[in-house]
Design a binder for this molecule. Structure first.
Ligand SMILES: *[C@@H]1O[C@H](CO)[C@@H](O)[C@H](O)[C@H]1NC(C)=O
Ligand SMILES: *[C@@H]1O[C@H](CO)[C@@H](O)[C@H](O)[C@H]1NC(C)=O
Length: 445
């Protein structure tokens, strides 16, 4: 394996890669900021131009040693230099500390034309798929809203994930029953963004690579009232294993999602089963897909135990690139973002809620859980300080008086009970992020 050492200083100059893309390195350096991205019709737009996600999943340390990579200036310098060298325009970060300062790194990303899609949850503050009811509580939403507060001010915050792989293919219990709580979170996040007067930062769900409930999940997050529907839908897909558009079945995934009504992108891609040439980008950037899909995020940047990364962390200021780093860079250069609207639909619309079946347990006529009454005051007053990553966590806070403690003392018990009602028998707590690494990593090997 070739290992070239990427020193930060060298890379700042090293932007001059010989890539035949539209934007020359010089332009990239000149760009002062990244214009805000919005969702409209079934696509994303920035400054009146269609925006395609050409990005990478980014969480140095993986799930076991996850800190906030966007609050450390040294790590930020190290990695943003590589992002610019690769030529990506988006990163997805799974965990941040919502009590930390992110100005330096977000500005650094913006200077390089790089956007952030951020998971608003983390392992401590998330919906517990085994016991979703109690985990949907005021303490949880306070953390989610505080994450929004921490990032809404940056133009290059492209979007928020309201949940990550909460619904999966777990056999011991029915994870589709967690869907209403994730959808309620999505609704609450959009409501909060509006209530705070922030720009309309897109909010959507990132689905696990599970074929048995992918379509139902997509439909569920885009059915019902406009207040309840997402701004986009994303799913993880590891079906293209050094193959081609048809062999991978991506042609069917275009067909099945045609006229879905919202922007769609792949929140993780990059099967490693047959080695990698990253030719997925040939399809993602061609008109075979652009009418329905808005790009995707390659999993992942740093080399972790799961074996998907393209850069080995040597120290906080140094990485070693791998052969796959070069291949990914070459593929990005070979397949630039298309010009024009890519065949995007100009209007958005809802779809029918999926019917109940062996693979989907949510009653299409049931209403979403109401926002826990203790969380309503945040809409008016703001969420206040985020708990960061060291707090006690919220997953069980709704099962007793804690949610009430955290909330408005004038709220009625009755409302809280319904909003956080137990609908699942107790199980080991599993967070979305842990499963993301399993589904996106070990389980695929
Ligand atoms: C596409 O839709 C067909 C018909 O509903 C279904 O049988 C198939 O599993 C779907 N495939 C994918 C990849 O979504
Ligand atoms: C809680 O649920 C019960 C039973 O479904 C219902 O009668 C009651 O009105 C609900 N209370 C609130 C505050 O939504």
């Amino acid at each position: 394996m070739r290992t070239s050492t990427l020193a930060t200083a060298a890379l700042a100059i090293g932007l001059a890669s010989a890539t035949p893309t539209k934007s020359t390195p010089a332009e990239k350096v000149k760009r002062a900021s990244a214009p805000a991205v919005s969702a409209s019709g079934n696509a994303f737009w920035a400054d009146g131009e269609r925006f395609y996600i050409r990005g990478m999943d980014y969480q140095p340390g993986g799930e076991s040693d996850s800190g906030d990579p966007l609050s450390d200036e040294t790590i930020c310098d190290r990695d943003v230099a590589a992002f610019a060298d690769l030529g990506i325009n988006t990163i997805r970060v799974y965990i941040v500390d919502n009590s930390a300062d992110h100005d330096y790194c977000m500005n650094k990303l913006a200077e390089n034309g790089i956007y952030l899609i951020l998971d608003a949850n983390n392992p401590k503050y998330s919906i517990n798929r085994a016991e979703p009811g109690p985990s949907y509580n005021a303490m949880y939403l306070q953390s989610v809203f505080a994450t929004i507060d921490a990032f809404a001010k940056y133009d290059n915050t492209l979007g928020f994930f309201s949940g990550n792989e909460v619904i999966n293919d777990e056999e011991d219990f029915d994870t589709t029953l967690a869907a209403p709580y994730v959808k309620a979170t999505t609704r609450d996040m959009r409501k909060y963004i509006k209530a705070q007067g922030y720009r309309s930062i897109p909010v959507g769900y990132s689905a696990a690579d599970v074929s048995s409930n992918r379509i139902q999940t997509a439909e569920y997050f885009n059915c019902g009232t406009d207040e309840e529907r997402s701004d986009f839908f994303a799913f993880n897909d590891y079906s293209w294993c050094k193959s081609d558009f048809k062999t991978a079945g991506w042609d069917v995934k275009v067909k099945n999602f045609t006229d879905y009504g919202l922007p769609i992108f792949l929140s993780e891609w990059g099967c490693t089963a047959n080695g990698r040439d990253f030719n997925e980008l040939s399809a993602l950037n061609s008109d075979k897909m652009t009418g329905v899909y808005s790009g995707g995020l390659m999993y992942e940047y740093t080399v972790e135990d799961s074996g998907y990364g393209i850069a080995k962390v040597v120290s906080d200021s140094e990485i070693e690139t791998t052969d796959e780093y070069d291949l990914f860079k070459e593929a990005l250069a070979e397949y630039p973002a298309p010009t024009g609207d890519g065949g995007a639909a100009s209007t958005t619309h809802a779809v029918d809620c999926p019917p109940q079946s062996d693979d989907w347990s949510v009653d299409p006529d049931s209403s979403l859980p109401a926002m826990p009454s203790g969380a309503e005051k945040y809409l008016e007053n703001g969420a206040g300080d985020g708990p960061g990553l060291t707090g006690s966590g919220s997953q069980t806070a709704g099962s007793d008086a804690e949610a009430e403690d955290n909330g408005d003392s004038s709220s009625s018990d009755e409302e809280d009970e319904n909003a956080s009602g137990r609908i699942q028998p107790g199980r080991v707590a599993v967070t979305g992020f842990v499963a993301a690494v399993v589904a996106g990593g070990f389980a695929l090997l």
